[in-house]
Every structure is written in C-alpha cells, then in structure tokens.
Design a protein around this ligand. Sequence first.
Ligand code: FE2
Length: 285
Amino acid sequence: MTDFHVAPLDASFGAVVTGLKLADLDDAAFSRLYDTWLEYALLVFPDQHLSNDQQVEFATRFGELEFDLVAISNVKKDGSVRVEDDADGVIQVLKGNMGWHCDSTYMPVQAKGAVFTAHVVPSSRGETGWADLRAGYDALDAATKEKVATLSAYHSLRYSQKKAGFTPKADGDYNGYGLDVQDPPLRPLVKTHPETGRKSLLIGRHAYGIPGMDPAESEAFLKSLVDHTCQPPRVYHHRWTAGDAVVWDNRRLLHQSCPWDMTQARVMYHARIAGDPASEFAGPN
Ligand SMILES: [Fe+2]
C-alpha cells in the first residue's frame, strides 16, 4: 500500500501530500487519501504532471464531474495570449474569480469540490488562495453565531459579475455557464458538512440579498463575515509550480485567484466535482 506523507500547512486547514503518484493510486490508498481530504479540505500534490485524462480519472474518484474538464487560461486556441480587455467574456470570468467564492453556489446544486492542475504558470503572482469557512464559523462570537443561524442569502453569478463591474455579452467567448440562472438559489448562511457533520459559513462573492435586511445592510454584513474569515490562520495562498495538482472541498473552503501580469500565459485545468443533491441542493426561490 502506498505510504504517503502528509505535511500540514501553516493554517487552520490544508496539507502538502508527497510520496504518491495520483495517476497510480490503488483503492486502499485512495480511501486513506479521501479521509485525509475530509480532514484537511485542501491537499496539495507537487510534481504530479497529470495529463487531462489522468486529472479526470483522479477527480471522478471523488464523484461525478459537474461538467467536462475546462481550461482556466488566458491562452487562446491559436496559442496566443489573450489581450487583457475587460470587455472580453473570458477575461471577465478570470477577473471575477479573483473575488472569494465557493463554486456553483449560484446553481441549484453547489459543487462538492475540484481538482486543479497547473500547466503553465506566470513568472510571479497568479496564486490561488483558499479560506476556511469552518474555522471562520468556529471563531464567531456567540451573538453572531446566533444571528447567522437564522439567516440565508441568495447566490447569483450574474449578480457577482455585475458587482465586479462586468456585464457579460450574450455573444462573448465565455459559454455563459451559470449566468443564465433565472431564479437564484437561497442558501442558509450556516452549512452543515454532509460528511464531517461540522458547521461552516456559506458566503462569498455570489451571496447577496439576505431576506429581512435591506440591501446595504446585507452587503455590509456579508462583507464583514468574509473579512472575518479571510485572515490568518484561516487563509493560504499557493504559489503554483507547473506540475502541481490540488484537490479542495468546496463545502468548507472559499477560494480566489490572484492577479498576475496578463501578458504572461497562465494555463490551469479545472475538474469540478458535482455536489450530492441530497446535501448540496438549494431550490430556486
Ligand atoms: Fe472558482
């Protein structure tokens, strides 16, 4: 059996895992790795160099994919670097993702997690950050815990992109996934993890419009929760090296990408693991 090594990050979550090949993992090793993932929420695997097929194969051991593997990239199909034009739908999505968020909370079923791989990295910056919503919840004072227990917020990609200053074009390069949701789901601010039973906050840039609050009060309160969560020891930013792979638990962590010099190529691949409708479904409202 593969005896891999787990080195916790200097944060409330996350670990670097070495001593294994993700492309060649037997069931017993995967079972241990899955338990390690539930414990740490973010696992970083240096020097894996997964092919697209190997990434899909590894990700589907966690569950079915929400959609096919996608490139998160500023390189066009012809190999040229996409010009940093804020009217370009792909640039809009790349920049929108720089705000803290959980994936697919704006869809009826929130994502379970994701496997992300680095293929081409810029010479500096372009990190990905994660923040621990469970530790954020645990660190709230008693009065705020009581307050959030009764509250919900709507989640919308159209809302968050507009707030970031991006109004998507109907004929843009971005395929529009998530932008066409007509009735944004309403999700409680406190989420119970379906596998660990632990509570965490469910917030981020897609969340807005807490029923019972006026829009400004809701914005300010949601921002205060994000600011509270996204500070040490509850954050980690990963500086990518080509060949890195990570897997994170989208039911516990926020994430964001970080700016880089967009004249340089950055090519990542994202396999989004579908959420279990039994625990991740929030119907339209
Ligand atoms: Fe994301």
